[in-house]
Structure formats: C-alpha cells, structure tokens
Design a binder for this molecule. Structure first.
Ligand SMILES: [Fe+2]
Ligand SMILES: [Fe+2]
Length: 306
C-alpha cells in the first residue's frame, strides 16, 4: 500500500464545513419532528465520538515510526474534528445543539478527551498506541457499518446526504490506514522482541510503558461514562437500525485478517472480535430489534420525548 498516495488524496480532497449551505430548509416530510429531534441527539453524540477518534489519531501520529503515516494520522485527526463540526451543524438543522445533550454526557466526552490528550504526552502514550492499533479499526468499521447507514437511512435528506458522502470519502482512507497500522504495529512488535532478546537490559524499562490507561482515566471515566451513554441511549433506541447492519459489521470484522494477516497476533484483537461476534449473533437472533425497527419505520410514536 502506498501511503504517500493516501496522504496526497487526503490533502487534495479536503473539504470544509462552510462548503455547505446550512440554511437550506430541511426536506424531511416523512420524518416526524420528534424523530428528527432523536436523530439530532444521536448526531450530537456521534460528534463527541468523532472528537475522541481525533485524540486517538493524534496518539498514533505521535507514536508511529513512519513520518508519512504520522503526517496522515494528524490529517485524519483534523478530518474527525471536521466530521464532528459537520454533525453539530446537521443536528442544529434538526433542532438540537451540543448544550442540549445531558450535562453528564458532555462531561464524559470532556474527561475522555482530556485524559487521552494527557496520556498522549505521558509515558503511557505508547501503551495506548499499541492497544489502539487494533481498536481504531473495530471502532471505525462499526461507525461505517452500523452508525452511518442507520443515520443516513433515518434522514434520507439531500443536504445531509451530501455531507455523509464527504464523510464517507474520508472514512475510506481512514479504514485503509487502520489496516496498515495493524501490520505496522505487528512488524514493530517483532523488531522489539528481537531487540529485547539481544539486549535483555531493555526489558524492565520498556515493560512499564505497556500500561495503557492512567489511574485517573480508569477510575473516573467508567463511572461517568455509563450514565452519560445510557441517557443518550433512549434516542439511539428509536433509530431505524437494521439487524443486517450488525451482520455486515461482523462480516467486516471476521475478514480483518484477509487485509491485515497479523491482526490475530496482536493483544487487543481476540477479546473485541469475540465480543462483536456475540453481539452480532444476539442482535440477529433478537426478534425485539427487528420488530422495533419495523414499528419505528411505520410509526414514529415510539420515539421518546425530551
Ligand atoms: Fe469520522
Ligand atoms: Fe474516521
């Protein structure tokens, strides 16, 4: 894979949030006002996730060993920030802004971003880079395979569709590099093992760096993240999500080793893969989600009120 080409096309195809006419009236007659509000809440939440993704790309930019890849990951961080800004604009058109999210959700994103930013500059940055080398692909395949098609289906509106196309174009490059990163990480692990076999003095010093999460992050983030996520979960539950998206997502995850053959050799691979397989099987078997999606598409009354 020629990563210089990916960098060139990233820079060439860069777009701006101001390229779009956000004052254009919303063309969503088939979607109730309540459901538009639900879509807006999910968009706000996804914009927070995009900013967390940007932090992860900055970590990869700092710790990857290839200067072109480093430059690319910084460009991807800018992409994710732009996606977040565009999603805020999309949400605004549908009637909700960032401050409309529950305060605990906003606080969660603030803490997670702050922690990741601090970790990047600390000795734990390389540990998160290692752990995140596979996790970023799982996350981006999920966004690409489940979240975006669900939101696109739910909106089906000309302006929003143009924006999704631009986001999608960026995400294809991100995912291509996510596969590259897995192989690059594997090669460096092998080189590191060889180096430590030859020079055992290095072991204790470098071993300390493999603890990925700071104490502060480990202690505070789950406590505030769980209620924060649950509150937005009500809006997410009203989305017209299809069980087939989960099946497609599992297919993508199952096939990761076809594009990154050494993915199974990395530490953060088996557990998330098994988790995704189990969730996917559960959703496919679940009559609940299928009947929920059917009812939502024919009747918006199920949408929760705020
Ligand atoms: Fe994104
Ligand atoms: Fe991305």
């Amino acid at each position: 894979m020629n990563i210089q080409n990916i960098l060139d096309s990233s820079l060439r195809q860069k777009w701006s949030v101001s390229d779009f006419d956000w004052d254009r009236p919303v063309d969503m007659q088939d979607v109730s006002e309540k459901q538009q509000k639900n879509l807006a809440y999910v968009l706000l939440f996804i914009s927070g996730i995009e900013r967390v993704g940007a932090e992860f790309f900055r970590i990869h930019a700092d710790y990857v060993d290839d200067p072109i890849a480093s430059q690319l990951f910084n460009v991807f961080a800018e992409d994710e920030e732009r996606h977040a800004d565009a999603e805020l604009e999309m949400a605004k058109r549908l009637g909700a802004e960032w401050h409309d999210l529950p305060w605990i959700t906003r606080l969660t994103f603030k803490v997670v971003q702050r922690d990741l930013n601090n970790i990047r500059k600390s000795k734990y940055g390389s540990g998160v880079h290692r752990f995140g080398s596979t996790m970023i692909l799982f996350a981006e395949l999920g966004l690409d395979g489940i979240v975006m098609p669900t939101l696109r289906n739910g909106m089906n509106e000309p302006l929003q569709d143009e924006v999704w196309k631009k986001i999608d174009q960026d995400e294809r490059r991100h995912i291509a590099m996510d596969y590259w990163l897995i192989e690059n990480r594997y090669e460096r692990n092998i080189a590191f093992e060889n180096q430590t076999t030859n020079n055992r003095k290095l072991l204790p010093q470098i071993k300390n760096l493999s603890f990925p999460i700071s104490l502060l992050s480990a202690a505070t983030t789950p406590i505030i993240a769980i209620p924060g996520f649950l509150m937005v979960g009500r809006a997410a539950a009203s989305m017209p999500v299809k069980a087939s998206f989960f099946r497609d997502y599992w297919e993508l995850v199952k096939n990761i080793p076809k594009r990154a053959p050494h993915a199974p050799e990395l530490a953060a691979y088996s557990a998330p893969t098994n988790f995704i397989r189990n969730v996917s099987l559960f959703v496919q078997d679940s009559k609940l989600i299928n009947s929920f999606a059917r009812r939502i598409s024919s009747n918006n009354k199920l949408a929760p009120s705020y």
